[in-house]
Design a protein around this ligand. Sequence first.
Ligand SMILES: Nc1ccn([C@H]2C[C@H](O)[C@@H](COP(=O)(O)OP(=O)(O)OP(=O)(O)O)O2)c(=O)n1
Length: 127
Amino acid sequence: MTGASECESVTLDLLKKKMTDFAKERDWQQFHSPRNLLLALVGEVGELSEIFQWKGEVPKGLPDWKEEEKVHLGEELSDVLLYLVQLSDICGIDLGKAALRKVQLNAIKYPVSNQQSQASINSSQAG
Ligand SMILES: Nc1ccn([C@H]2C[C@H](O)[C@@H](COP(=O)(O)OP(=O)(O)OP(=O)(O)O)O2)c(=O)n1
């Protein structure tokens, strides 16, 4: 499977298609049930967690990490995303639409208070 070329923008639909093709070519669709994909996803979340395990808190941007550690992190993040995309697909959920709707619901559930708005205006003016 090739990576995204420079002119190819990465969308959830593109990832979904690539993973569908990947499974079809190997005749692995038989194994990709919702439950199996969920367990695979959880396993990859475990592998992602291992990268941070015992490190204590790490600064944003991971400035002290070696390049190979960041590459490994990117791989584990991708595994989580790719299983999530496949799980959503097999369950008939449009993940992009569902996520956008959830962003809207979050904004309703957690409205920006006047106090917080004023604080962010003040800090942007100060900077
Ligand atoms: N039945 C499968 C097996 C793999 N994959 C894809 C999704 C993930 O992106 C990646 C997971 O592959 P591995 O199970 O080999 O996991 P790792 O890449 O994390 O390897 P390891 O566990 O050895 O670190 O391959 C898949 O879609 N369906």
